[in-house]
Design a protein around this ligand. Sequence first.
Ligand SMILES: N[C@@H](CCC(=O)N[C@@H](CS)C(=O)NCC(=O)O)C(=O)O
Length: 195
Amino acid sequence: MYTVVGAVKSRAFRVMWMLEELGEAYEVNPAAPRSDEALKHNPSGKIPALLDGDHVLTDSVAIMTYLGDKHGGLTAPAGTPERAAQDAKTLWLIDEFDAILWAAAKHSFVLPEDLRVPAIKDSLKAEFLRSSATLSEQLEGPFLCGDQMTHADILAVHCINWSVGAGFPKVDKKLWDWASGLRNRPAFKAAQARG
Ligand SMILES: N[C@@H](CCC(=O)N[C@@H](CS)C(=O)NCC(=O)O)C(=O)O
């Protein structure tokens, strides 16, 4: 049985959703970022971490990649052009979605107050909207990487949800409807119920 360290309302949700999609059992240790419990598993105090027996894995995307490869689901096989395209999409989402939302969080509540530059948030919101329009344009099939769901879909939907919570402008209707469809998946709902 896996243990996910981190609460539902954090990047740990990505790992929970992935585990639900894969049908793997897990328990949740809802440790807060930088808490003693988080520091026990990751010297940076960041969450999520995944406990797999004696192994401690960190970083939500590294964990999803590990789980996908290990259980043979939600990923193209390693060493294929499809996997390279999936990795490129995942890294694009980290650059253009996650990093922008994280920068906004840092300048809202993560950094010490004297280091926050609230004015940066307007440009981050504009950048996110531009990136979401690009993603929307590229969206052709039911999933970001074609006919099969991958962890890139989990990452994108999690970031779109996060953008709502962060008060960012709403993504366009096509992308919003697509994300809503994925939020209706039983695995999404089951992960959310862990909160
Ligand atoms: N790239 C990492 C980022 C993890 C991360 O920054 N998590 C936040 C909570 S969602 C955190 O622990 N922040 C505390 C900190 O940065 O000190 C991942 O995707 O797991």
